[in-house]
Design a protein around this ligand. Structure first.
Ligand SMILES: NC(=O)c1ccc[n+]([C@@H]2O[C@H](COP(=O)([O-])OP(=O)(O)OC[C@H]3O[C@@H](n4cnc5c(N)ncnc54)[C@H](OP(=O)(O)O)[C@@H]3O)[C@@H](O)[C@H]2O)c1
Length: 335
């Protein structure tokens, strides 16, 4: 397959390009080169998708693309890509997100949940309208390529190696490096919260296979359904942790300045709003029926932790608690 990846310099796009090269495909990535470098074995075309002619380097080659895989979140970038590439490409795979859904209160849901309204305009100003922007991107691809030539993959939380957000790496790293006395680790007290992580390599492998096979449709692409408690147990297993696990209620954590999901002084893989309880609970069954294979989550957490160990954290982590903060909170809880 002659594959064009729009992206390829950040976590998922890079994994897609790497996988496609490993599978023997001819891979070109278009990106500015700001987020990082493309993997070895791909052809990099430098281009800025915010410019009207930013895709010229991949549309003027004369030979068509068998498939395009796009990770963009800006509707204008996607509209321009669809207009420029539809005449020269067979198939378009768009990486979307579970944030497109308008309702996250239901549990074990599928692709039938209603969507947010699409964002007006070409530019998502900030992440508060991320879901709306992705809805607009999805619509642009479906309008341009038609349902038979489009695959929309609505990813759940993506984890594993390269997860610079730290969300998948936090707990296995923390259990390996507890801040509290006697190895104590602070966690949210909500073990039954549905939550899952899709391994970046599993998602990449599936996207490449779908691109190669011309698979079309709209799919939730999530990890195996799990819970916060299950993920914490897996993280402890990976880290070999046998110290105390100290659960604290959402109200107590909020009172003591701990944020949910991510950000400074946060605990990830956790949201307390009942209206968001189903956010991590999409089953992803249709994608699995279409060939998505999820590796054991322990593998994902082990490799996310190894990535955490290996990277320089010179600026504040994007999630998790500072040692001194967590130690103080644990002390208040009697540990
Ligand atoms: N992380 C999660 O848990 C999660 C969950 C659900 C869905 N998703 C979706 O999964 C995908 C993740 O993609 P990713 O890991 O590859 O990371 P990303 O950070 O979303 O990647 C953005 C890519 O687009 C390129 N790009 C940005 N602006 C550009 C421009 N003006 N012109 C050309 N290229 C541009 C970047 O390269 P340069 O900066 O080098 O140009 C980079 O390769 C996204 O679609 C995201 O919405 C993520």
């Amino acid at each position: 397959m002659r594959l064009l990846v729009l992206g390829g310099t950040a976590m998922l796009g890079r994994a897609v390009a790497e996988q496609a090269v490993a599978d023997g495909h001819e891979v070109t990535c278009l990106a500015r080169g700001v987020a990082g470098a493309v993997p070895e074995g791909v052809q990099w075309v430098q281009g800025d998708r915010d410019l009207a002619d930013g895709l010229a380097g991949v549309t003027d080659g004369g030979r068509p693309w068998d498939a395009v895989i796009d990770v963009a979140r800006q509707p204008g970038q996607v509209r321009r890509a669809v207009a420029a590439l539809e005449p020269v490409s067979d198939h378009f795979v768009f990486v979307s997100t579970g944030n497109v859904y308008a309702d996250h209160s239901g549990l074990a849901t599928d692709e039938s949940v209603p969507l947010l309204s699409p964002l007006d305009g070409d530019v998502m100003a900030d992440m508060s309208v991320y879901g709306e922007a992705k809805v607009a991107c999805e619509a642009a691809v479906l309008d341009g390529f038609g349902a038979d030539r489009t695959l929309i993959a609505r990813a759940g939380l993506i984890g594993g190696p390269g997860d610079a957000s730290g969300r998948s790496g936090w707990y296995p790293w923390r259990f390996a490096h507890p801040a509290g006395a006697g190895g104590a680790v602070l966690t949210p007290d909500d073990p039954d919260l549905p939550m899952s992580i899709i391994d970046v390599r599993d998602l990449a492998a599936w996207l490449v296979r779908c691109a190669d096979g011309g698979t079309s449709g709209v799919f939730d692409a999530f990890g195996e359904p799990d819970t916060l408690g299950g993920l914490l147990s897996a993280a402890r297993e990976v880290a070999g942790h046998d110290g105390p696990v100290v659960p604290a209620s959402a109200a107590w954590l909020a009172e003591h300045g701990v944020q949910e999901w991510m950000g400074e002084d946060s605990l990830p893989l956790w949201v307390s709003d009942p209206d968001l309880r189903g956010f991590g609970s999409h089953t992803g069954a249709a994608a699995r029926a279409a060939g998505l294979r999820n590796r054991p989550v322990t593998d994902t957490l082990r490799d996310a932790a190894a990535y955490e160990e290996g990277r320089e954290v010179s600026e504040p982590r994007r999630c998790g608690l500072r040692d001194d903060k967590e130690r103080e909170l644990l002390r208040l809880l009697g540990h």
